[in-house]
Design a protein around this ligand. Structure first.
Ligand SMILES: Cc1cc2nc3c(=O)[nH]c(=O)nc-3n(C[C@H](O)[C@H](O)[C@H](O)COP(=O)(O)OP(=O)(O)OC[C@H]3O[C@@H](n4cnc5c(N)ncnc54)[C@H](O)[C@@H]3O)c2cc1C
Length: 406
């Protein structure tokens, strides 16, 4: 999150998506008075529709775990489901699905792991840094596909230091050195739960649990927004810009520079399995094949306890209707039969995911500088540090640390 709070003042939070709810919950636990204002729907993008066959998610379907997420969920005291371990991961190529960990990759990796690590420039992209190690083919097939699965963007569009903040101010001798440091930083954050979790009834269960904790403090949005200390804006960057346009135009201008990728999520249930995804976590589709489909997650393989039928979630770039989302699936699964779909849910997100490019990085740095002159104003959401719920859980703790050290 960006900015600081003043410890003696109550907190006004705008936006009750997962960021606003996490923050509100943390403040409640620390006995800091707060009010939470939501314009539309508590939970924001996280919304589950309960169908007779199981939960269908609109956006996030899993919470990737680490020690902070584990502490948070334990403290909240809700039952959770741990993802099935050792599911296979697939990558699509013209002739069908392939294993992610191919011999080709292993042989390339072994020969180039000792190669000199490029100098990290302030504006380096992920592609620029990994090109000497992977080459264009593996970047397109593997790295970009994996990044798309999380960020909805390819390696060439992602800013290296935003995706690997552990590399800031560091110099790596070679790729082996980098991977060792990356592993160290991930291991230091590891908890006891491996992989990711969901909840009985899906992600809405997490939202409901947080809502129960903070509901007494939720109020309708006041007609006139005023920037009283403390104000924390937990909307997306463009809604934050709208709120701040009169009272903090210099910050609003920076927020407007943050770009969003439109995303369509299509969740569907079938009685029969998609054979290509048997015992699979899911499949990624490299962008070089010029499809809208970015990937398919096999929800019922990950969390079988939640489902009475096979459930898949396909994630597409752009805004698609149901027919278009099905056409995308038919293009990668030749025997895909739409008649077999029993239930489905399509969600179109015009501002699906913030793009972690160099423009965002620069805007965030400028905002941080400007916020130094405005104690009592904070910005927090999936564009400020990391896209995932886990990252927002970690960041929510930062607010308290900063308040407690005040
Ligand atoms: C398809 C998809 C799949 C995803 N999968 C995963 C996943 O598996 N795991 C994961 O960790 N993450 C995942 N994510 C990312 C994650 O879902 C989002 O990053 C997260 O939900 C965003 O939360 P937020 O609170 O930052 O924003 P939002 O959910 O957008 O919430 C912002 C809230 O602010 C409110 N608001 C706006 N303006 C105002 C105003 N003026 N006053 C008051 N309130 C206002 C809005 O109504 C909204 O409720 C996924 C995202 C997408 C799109």
């Amino acid at each position: 999150m960006l900015g600081t709070l003043i410890s003696s003042q109550p907190v006004h939070i705008y936006g009750a998506g997962i960021a606003g709810l996490i923050l509100a919950y943390r403040l409640k636990k620390s006995h800091v008075p707060f009010t939470l204002y939501e314009k539309n729907r508590v939970g924001g993008k996280i919304a589950t529709t309960l169908t007779p066959l199981g939960p269908a998610e609109a956006a996030a379907s899993t919470l990737y775990m680490n020690i902070s997420a584990e502490k948070f969920i334990t403290d909240l005291n809700i039952p959770y489901l741990i993802s099935t371990p050792k599911l296979k991961r697939r990558i699509w190529k013209e002739d069908g699905p392939h294993s992610v960990f191919s011999l080709k990759l292993l042989s390339k990796g072994i020969t180039k792991i000792g190669k000199k690590f490029p100098l990290i420039m302030e504006d380096s992209t992920v592609e620029e840094i990994f090109y000497p190690f992977l080459g264009q083919e593996l970047i397109d097939e593997l790295l970009s596909s994996a990044l798309q699965g999380i960020h909805g963007a390819e390696a060439k569009d992602l800013h290296f230091l935003s995706i690997f903040p552990m590399a800031k101010n560091k110099h790596f001798k070679n790729y082996l050195h980098f991977f060792k440091e990356l592993k160290k930083s991930i291991s230091s954050q590891k908890g006891t739960i491996k992989g990711s979790i969901s909840f009985p009834g899906g992600m809405q269960t997490l939202i409901n649990a947080l809502y129960e904790e903070v509901k007494e403090n939720i109020k309708p949005v006041p007609e006139n927004f005023s920037l009283t200390p403390n104000t924390v804006i937990c909307t997306d960057a463009l809604d934050a810009a709208e709120l701040l346009k009169d009272e903090a135009p210099e910050i609003a201008k920076e927020l407007q520079k943050i770009e969003y990728r439109p995303i369509t999520s299509f969740t569907f249930f079938r009685e029969s399995e998609i054979p290509e995804l048997h015992e699979c976590f899911g499949m990624l589709i490299p962008q070089k094949f010029k499809k809208n489909l970015l990937g398919v997650i096999h929800q019922s393989a990950l969390f079988p306890e939640n489902y009475k039928s096979h459930c898949y979630n396909s994630v597409n770039k752009g805004i698609l209707n149901k027919e278009e989302a099905i056409l995308e699936l038919e293009s990668v699964f030749p025997k895909f039969d739409p008649e077999k779909i029993k239930e489905s849910k399509l969600t179109q997100w015009k501002r699906g995911l913030p793009l972690f490019n160099y423009h965002r990085y620069q805007a965030i740095q400028n905002i941080e500088r400007k916020l130094k002159k405005r104690p009592g104003l904070m910005l927090f959401g999936n564009y400020t540090k990391g896209i995932s719920i886990r990252s927002m859980i970690e960041d929510g703790q930062t607010v308290l640390n900063r308040l407690n050290n005040d």
